[in-house]
Design a protein around this ligand. Structure first.
Ligand SMILES: Nc1ncnc2c1ncn2[C@@H]1O[C@H](COP(=O)(O)OP(=O)(O)OP(=O)(O)O)[C@@H](O)[C@H]1O
Ligand SMILES: [Mg+2]
Length: 455
């Protein structure tokens, strides 16, 4: 191949001198940038033709210089200069120059791309922002306030946290609140649901890959979520679904604080706090050999166990009123209220889907209500039916608590007589009035009172 022809085709100006500073070669682009023709310079000492040339200095110092601004005879350009060595021996120097206009154009492009990158970075950051704080968590029963207090303490330490609880109990809500209360609040909160990603893709999602790591890999490689969460928090939801082999890579990160991309050789230090969540028993998964015990013990040092809603029914009215106020504001533009009977009905339901299900039921009721009062009949049918069953079941407990019908009837009779007597006890003819209320004779009332020893 003719190397000189190749040099002539380069779109940057090239000037080559030998070790004595004699010009050996320039290309046409050099002429167009500097205005110096071949016949004026080739074979001559560079300093003779261009006394201010700096390439001679490069020859002497043997130091590479990049982006040196030049203004010679009114021609402005930018030069890179480097010594040339062969087998360790200095044999000359080369200068590569670009016209000023081209440089300006290039720096404009770089500036534009920098702006684009920072815009994209902001966009990525904002899509990984936590929105909930501890204030968003409603509930004051013992079970929940204990969890909240512990979570607030855990937020201050950089250790991993495991959050367990049934579906819809607020695991992600707690994870976000912890992140927001931590020192990393200004960095990203990156959630990933291990169950939602195909098993063979989780590793590249979490750790990224290098250029050409595998055949279907994207050109230029890929940044993993761990790297994206650097300085912040990564929320590994449904951690129990993490493939066994990958669990060791996660453990390595927890122990060393480093990650390695797929196809990469270098370990990279990452400052990311892990918050993991699961609605399965990790302990059971360990026993079944599906979850590494070393990872389990590492994760469960700080464990938050969120109780299901059915175990903290006193929180239901609080949550209901807060949610109605928030959601009502958002999409009905009035101030809805809820009838006490409807709240009772909600308290009588078991909430297998926990707060998420409660939220959905209230959205349905807000949709169904006429005016601005949510009444019992605006609630979803399955909740009403379940509440009716519970009511009739609990009523039956009051009226028929005993094993025989006779004992049950007697107990109910005693209750009713007691109520009538209590209602009339301030009146002058209290027994007479009570008998009237019960629609029995005074004598019968006395007999019954004797029977039940109600004097
Ligand atoms: N104590 C609470 N106060 C207010 N809102 C709550 C509370 N608990 C949960 N929520 C709300 O209920 C919904 C479900 O919560 P979240 O997504 O955190 O549950 P989860 O435990 O992560 O559920 P899953 O296991 O299904 O992923 C969210 O809209 C959340 O804001
Ligand atoms: Mg969740």
């Amino acid at each position: 191949m003719n190397v000189l022809a190749a040099i002539n085709s380069i779109q940057d100006g090239i000037l080559i001198i030998d070790e004595k500073g004699i010009v050996q070669k320039i290309n046409p682009e050099y002429t167009s940038i500097t205005g110096v023709e071949e016949h004026e310079i080739i074979g001559k000492p560079l300093l003779e033709v261009r006394p201010e040339a700096q390439l001679i200095q490069t020859l002497e110092d043997q130091i590479v210089q990049i982006g040196v601004y030049r203004n010679v005879n009114g021609r402005e350009y930018v030069v890179d200069m480097a010594p040339i060595h062969e087998k360790g021996k200095l044999i000359g120097a080369v200068s590569i120059c670009k016209g000023k206009q081209e440089v300006i154009q290039l720096s404009k492009t770089i500036l534009k791309q920098k702006e684009q990158i920072s815009w994209l970075e902001k966009k990525v950051q904002s899509s990984y922002q936590a929105t909930h704080h501890f204030d968003s968590i409603i509930g004051s029963t013992n079970g929940l306030s204990d969890v909240t207090n512990m979570a607030k303490k855990a937020a201050q330490a950089p250790f991993p946290i495991l959050i367990t609880g049934e579906s819809g109990t607020g695991k992600e809500l707690y994870a976000q609140a912890i992140h927001q209360a931590s020192k990393s609040a200004s960095h990203s909160f990156v959630p990933i649901n291990c169950a939602a990603i195909p098993k063979d893709l989780i590793e590249s999602e979490l750790f990224g890959y290098e250029n050409g790591a595998f055949t279907s890999a994207k050109k230029g490689g890929k940044i993993g979520l761990f790297e994206l969460a650097d300085g912040g928090t990564i929320f590994l939801d449904e951690i129990g679904e993490m493939p066994y082999l990958l669990q060791s890579k996660l453990l390595r990160f927890l122990q060393e604080g480093t990650i390695r991309k797929i196809g990469g050789l270098k370990e990279k230090n990452i400052q990311t706090r892990i918050i993991a969540a699961t609605n399965q028993s990790l302990h059971d998964l360990v026993r079944k050999g599906l979850f590494r015990d070393d990872l389990y013990y590492r994760l469960c040092v700080l464990q938050l166990q969120i109780p299901p809603l059915r175990e903290r029914k006193d929180d239901i009215p609080l949550i209901v009123h807060a949610l109605i106020e928030n959601q009502g504001k958002e999409w009905v533009h009035k101030h809805p209220v809820i009838h006490e009977e409807a709240v009772e009905c909600l308290k009588n339901y078991d909430w297998p889907g926990n707060v998420r299900e409660l939220k959905n039921a209230l959205q349905y009721a807000l949709c169904m209500m006429e005016g601005s009062i949510i009444e019992k009949h605006h609630l979803p049918k399955h909740i009403l039916n379940r509440a009716k069953q519970t009511e009739s079941h609990s009523n039956s407990n009051i009226i028929y608590p005993s094993t025989t019908l006779k004992a049950g009837v007697d107990q109910a009779e005693e209750q009713i007589i007691k109520q009538a007597l209590a209602q009339c006890h301030n009146k002058l003819d209290s027994k007479k009035d009570a008998a009237k209320l019960l629609n029995i004779s005074l004598a019968t009332l006395y007999n019954k009172m004797k029977k039940y020893q109600l004097n």
